[in-house]
Design a protein around this ligand. Structure first.
Ligand SMILES: *Cc1c(COP(=O)(O)O)cnc(C)c1O
Length: 377
């Protein structure tokens, strides 16, 4: 006896405009790159592509770190890769929490056996460097400072340069989440002295979800090499992954890389390099200004004070008397437009309008404002 054969039609996704917190719109060029023939992950041709991807990622991160590569997995796997490698059981870690993703960092520290020292800031605000300084004064033995540069749950941007310099002065490593910031707003790994950072493929890089670019500096690598206990995750242990992503010409099998998604990331990064990273930052800023004018006209109030706002993630309060889910439902069905709902403490109270990567274009800003106006009357 076998099960009856299921009769299922090919999946035809609707055409949407993705203006939420990610994924963002994926350009046709990236989709076409992903449709090219699959080859072996140890094929010399594939290895050339891997080297180019590392070069392109260094440009995106603005770093000369040799250890810069895409982890096979979503941003959350990049996050976990950073924590399980850099945090040894018993290590004190200062963790800044000003939204959902800071909370996930805290959870990672605990699960890696670290001793967290939490620095809390209100949702919708940047991390306060004075509180971080005070935490180091109280805990001079802290080994790592972890914070989210662009808190996607609220749209707040923290001063990464200031935070990293505090950590360095106190002899600690800096671990930064730049999932939403990378390619949308300046991320200067080397200039700021960030020791380890992770990002995601589906936000301002406009690739499909499922890859997490990471970068590690010398000080971070030294810490991993000096560990007394093995990394508790086999898959994410950098010592093992390294044999696959570095070691030109003598790569060894670690896991089968997601070949075709990597073609997509390679193409997405080529698009970024063609535009120029400064130009990408300027475009995000300019479209944010246009969207802001429209929101003000519609009476939508921003969650984050102007000086701490991210251009690529615009969180506004759902106006009084408007049904959050019904309004977003109409945007999707009548306008094929996806915007993000509120997360955690902001569920039902906030909308998150993304202007990420390829989705950050004048026609999308205009279309979004027309659609919002229609569902708000
Ligand atoms: C999206 C996001 C993540 C998680 O990325 P996934 O690809 O969804 O796992 C982590 N941190 C921040 C700030 C994010 O915006």
């Amino acid at each position: 006896m076998t099960l009856a054969r299921p009769a299922v039609a090919a999946f035809q996704p609707p055409r949407r405009t993705l203006m939420g917190p990610g994924p963002s719109d994926v350009p046709q060029r990236v989709l076409e790159a992903m449709a090219r023939p699959t080859i072996g992950h140890l094929d010399p041709a594939f290895q050339t592509m891997m080297e180019e991807t590392k070069t392109l990622l260094r440009y995106a991160f603005q770093t000369e770190n040799k250890l810069t590569f895409p982890v096979s997995g979503p941003g959350s796997v990049g996050m976990e890769t950073c924590f399980v490698n850099l945090v040894e059981p018993g290590d004190k870690v200062i963790v800044c929490v000003n939204g959902v993703f800071g909370g996930r960092m805290l959870e990672n520290v605990k699960r890696a056996g670290g001793v967290p020292v939490t620095v809390e800031d209100p949702w919708g605000r940047a991390v306060d460097p004075d509180k971080v300084e005070a935490a180091f004064t109280t805990h001079p033995d802290a080994k790592v400072l972890a914070f989210v540069h662009a808190e996607t749950s609220t749209g707040a941007q923290s001063d990464a340069a200031a935070l990293a310099s505090i950590a360095r002065r106190h002899g600690a490593l800096t671990l930064m989440d730049c999932v939403t910031s990378l390619a949308g707003t300046p991320v200067l790994i080397d200039e700021w002295g960030i020791d380890a950072a992770y990002s995601g493929s589906q936000k301002c890089l406009s690739c499909t979800p499922g890859l997490s670019p990471v970068t590690f500096g010398e000080r971070a690598i030294d810490k991993v090499k000096a560990r007394k206990t093995p990394v508790q995750s086999w898959f994410m242990d950098l010592n093992l992954v390294l044999g696959y992503w570095s070691g030109e010409g003598k790569r060894t099998y670690h896991h089968t890389a997601p070949i075709n998604p990597l073609y997509g990331l390679h193409e997405a990064l080529r698009i970024l390099a063609e535009e120029g990273i400064e130009q990408a930052w300027t475009r995000h800023r300019a479209q944010h200004e246009e969207l802001k004018k429209g929101f003000e006209r519609l009476g939508l109030a921003f969650v984050v004070p102007e000086a701490e706002r991210l251009p690529q993630l615009n969180a506004v309060f759902v106006p009084e008397g408007v049904d959050d889910a019904a309004a977003r439902g109409r945007l999707l069905t009548e306008f094929n437009l996806e915007i993000g709902a509120g997360l955690g403490a902001y569920a039902g109270k906030v909308w998150r309008v993304g202007l990420m990567g390829h989705a950050c274009r004048p026609e999308n800003v205009a279309g979004c404002l027309v659609a919002l106006e229609a569902v708000l009357v």
